[in-house]
Design a protein around this ligand. Structure first.
Ligand SMILES: *Cc1c(COP(=O)(O)O)cnc(C)c1O
Length: 366
């Protein structure tokens, strides 16, 4: 079920797409957490279950991106991220599933247990991992890698943007908004007034904003920035929105010509904590509260910070925000048994430090 493609047959015909996800993802009321923070109108959209092997928000984007790579006859894909990148991992998992080689160009980040797990699963999926200290250090080896692939495969590798947030990837979240509309129509939940979502490379928040407007829902997106402001900001948000809308319109001119009004973009900056992937006290308190009240696992880099912002807002404004939907973007599939037997010495030596060095204090187990 891809309601955007069903509603716009020209898009179905023209957009590259390969089904990867288990969609629609479930919507569930958060009754206990709601009672704890003082609202009866709290729900969760569980994109953690978006894929059977590995879930999270990157799966919806990859349906279009890998679809495009296949349509163009690529043999390999290359993508970029920080060492623990969920996007790089999702790319490794689903590239293999559709028969493409994958390479992840990774940059150093603050250490956490999920970094170890993600590196191990990427390796188990056969991804080639290249890790660098900085963008500068990555530049020449990455260029050389593209040349080498071109020579050996007779084709350029297909480049997937960081986070999968190119206009084509963002279409995955335009579809997600149409999916939510169908769930609202079938009575799974009332029409939300607000959706809270993490803001990283912005594709998720931009796609939802565009899709919700195009689908005619009143729902407003509240984006919680969890990356440096040079990556996640209003200007880039507007630009990605317009490019994605124009891509869709170029394929089907009957799609609504939606425009962003000034107050359509709400970005909360106060929960970032100053550094990407550095866990915060507030974020981890939110992770603990959601685990205790609902038995749902969030994490410290994206969803804990986003939930902390939601909790703060609801506690502050009570029912004034109406029906609030938390869009869970983090994987909920357990892959610990897949990586149990893998020795991290099989990874490139530049990744050893994530295993040899301690994780950040807020990630240490009690
Ligand atoms: C990548 C990611 C995000 C951010 O999504 P963007 O589309 O890059 O803004 C949020 N949560 C998790 C768990 C992610 O892996």
């Amino acid at each position: 079920m891809r309601p955007l493609l069903e509603q716009y047959p020209l898009l179905k015909e023209r957009l590259p797409h390969v089904p990867l996800g288990e969609l629609p993802t479930p919507v569930m009321p958060l009754v206990h957490l709601g009672a704890e923070i003082g609202t009866e109108g709290l729900y969760l959209k569980h994109d953690g279950l978006s894929g059977s092997i590995y879930g999270g928000n990157k799966v919806r984007k990859l349906e279009f991106l890998l679809g495009d790579a296949l349509r163009k006859g690529a043999k390999a894909v290359v993508t970029f991220g920080f060492a623990g990148s969920n996007h790089a991992l999702a790319t490794a998992v689903y590239a293999r599933k559709v028969g493409l080689e994958s390479t992840s160009i990774l940059l150093a980040q603050i250490n956490a247990r999920y970094v170890r797990r993600n590196l191990l699963l990427s390796h188990a999926c056969g991804a080639e991992i290249r890790h660098f200290e900085s963008e500068r250090a990555a530049y020449i080896p990455t260029t050389a890698l593209f040349v080498r692939k071109r020579l050996s495969q007779g084709k350029f590798a297909y480049i997937i943007s960081p986070g999968g947030s190119s206009p084509l990837g963002v279409v995955g979240y335009v579809n997600a908004a149409f999916e939510l509309k169908e769930q609202v129509a079938s009575g799974v939940m009332p029409e939300p007034d607000r959706v809270f979502v993490a803001l990283g490379t912005m594709g998720t928040a931009v796609g939802l904003t565009l899709g919700l407007k195009a689908a005619g829902l009143k729902t407003r997106v509240v984006s919680v920035r969890v990356v440096d402001e040079k990556y996640g900001n209003r200007e880039k948000f507007v630009s990605l929105f317009n490019k994605t809308r124009d891509l869709i319109l170029s394929l089907d001119s009957s799609f609504p010509r939606v425009e962003l009004a000034g107050d359509d973009v709400e970005i909360i900056h106060d929960f970032f904590g100053g550094r990407y992937a550095r866990f915060t006290e507030q974020g981890m308190a939110a992770v603990d509260l959601v685990a205790k009240t609902e038995g749902i696992t969030l994490e410290g880099t994206y969803t804990g910070k986003t939930m902390a912002a939601l909790i703060d807002r609801v506690r502050d404004r009570g029912a004034k925000d109406g029906i609030v939907l938390f869009w869970n973007t983090c994987n909920a599939r357990d892959f610990s048994s897949t990586i149990a037997g893998i020795n991290h010495r099989q990874l490139p030596r530049s990744c050893s430090r994530y295993f040899d060095e301690d994780v950040q204090p807020l990630d240490r187990q009690p």
